[in-house]
Design a binder for this molecule. Sequence first.
Ligand SMILES: Nc1ncnc2c1ncn2[C@@H]1O[C@H](COP(=O)(O)OP(=O)(O)OP(=O)(O)O)[C@@H](O)[C@H]1O
Length: 591
Amino acid sequence: MIKALVIVPYEGLYEMMKDIQQEVEDFQFDIELGNLYEGVAIAKEAENNGYHVIISRGGTASLIQEAVSIPVIDIQVSGYDVLRIITLVKGFSRKAAIVGFSNITQGAGTICKILDLDIKTLTITKDTEVKEILTNLKKHGYEVIIGDVVTVQTAKQLGLTGVLITSGKEAIMDALEEAKRSYRIFSQLQQDVSLFQSILDCNEQPIGVFNKEEKLVYGNERFNHEFHWMIVENSNDIKKLIQETAFTKEKQTRAVHINQSIWNIAACPQDGAIALFFEKNLSNQSVVQVGEREAKNAIEFRTSTSYVSLSGKSESIQKVLKQIDQYSVSDEAVWISGEKGNGKELAAHAIYVKRNNLYDPFIVLQSDLLRAGQLKDFMVEDFFQKHANGVIYVKNIDHLSADIQKELYHIVQNDHHKKIKWLVSSEDNMEEKVKSGIFDRELYQTLGQQKIYIPPLRERREDIEDLIHVFISDLHPKYGNGVVGIRPDALAKLVSYDWPSNVEQLKQVIEQLFKQTSSYYIEMEDVAAVLAQCEQPEKRAEALTSIDLNGTLEEIEKQVITKVLEEEGLNQSKAAKRLGINRSTLWRKLK
Ligand SMILES: Nc1ncnc2c1ncn2[C@@H]1O[C@H](COP(=O)(O)OP(=O)(O)OP(=O)(O)O)[C@@H](O)[C@H]1O
């Protein structure tokens, strides 16, 4: 027996339902009178009283549908209902219009056309639109308004004749049939859902399912035990992970801090929702997203899977791209050399991404910060053992102390099955360092089986234009799209600059120009000013080294003042200001 609640928006329907109640089998139903939000309030209460299905009509049915999770059946306005009412209205000599949701107006419009009747049809999408439409119709001489309960009530308030489209018995019988069908499907689905839920609850791993608005829609037992849903929903890292997964429609993995622990999370897109599978990360190492370069930890897990590709049309960058493709499929170590800031880490990360093993983090060892023994301890940790198939990038390996070089060599030698893909970076003078004994020859030979060399930016100036455009477009999400390009003379100036800190410096300069430029195009004057700032620290350093410190204090002072004066284009006021003295003192000291 199906337990149904019928919520009727007008009294006539109440009476008709009462008659039908006597005739039908399979149903046990109660009838309540309630239009729109009154109907919703009744439905919400009924949901907890064991009803299997709710039957209602029109706008009231739509509102109830949004508020409850049991099936809601709409008593559809049938062709007969419309025909009945139109036949009635035909007799009126006044101008008539039909106003309602599309379920009423679509059929009505067709019938009016077939019967060649002059009845206007207007479709609403929200009941709040009714008043304005009817006021307008009134202004244009319409006097009879046909529609649902709200339309009729409003028409009456405005002094118009409101004619309600009532439901006939056929429509109600159809709705009852529909209710039976929905109930059967719904109860089958419910059985399936409770089976799957109990399977998920047995799982030891916390699992949470989120919708695209980053709201939790389901958490298994382990999830609810481990976290408070609000903490997970409010975590910015989780929000970002959900957004990224929804956007890429591909599985993403990330290590995230929640409740003082690090969790490795795999996020999988599932039909409009995102399922997060949590696994506790037993390592006590730090977790850093790619891009957060300010983080300073000897061992970092870079977990972002977003891939910044190496831009550049120069032959050398094209060669690097080919090498990345080729070396990413082999298990041998890769040694990436070149000056600072020219894309070594980017190349290493590209190899990691291409290996398509993103569940394992990109582990970065910062050679400057590594302490003796730290690496050995890390290799035996639980977390590392689990991810032992991963990629380890030793950044600036040439900065490792002799002790740690030995320690690293030992570890690499013991990795007999080549489970780890070693990537290292250094400056381009390793042969000399090996020759002079500063760097361990065996370690160099073991890790340097495959080599990538990235030349400095000043030796591949043809890449600069490309890079500038990439950086400008990358800045749009951060600062808006106010800058769209660069003037040719400004570009030429940037191309001819020597870029001692390579692409990193170019990127910073473009960001600075982006922020300070007020036109759509980066102009020559802006470039000149920013590059002058870049050069100043170098010039000052140069100027200081050329001062002879062997003279008397007075002589040294004179040299300093002369240098500053030169740097300021012999402008005494500017030089005096920089030195913190007044112009007459400066003049006196130079005599
Ligand atoms: N070819 C390139 N295309 C796009 N961006 C690049 C390219 N080369 C470098 N970059 C960007 O320049 C910055 C510096 O690059 P990266 O960190 O890879 O250099 P690095 O050689 O490893 O630096 P360091 O030796 O100082 O650690 C990064 O923001 C990186 O994304």
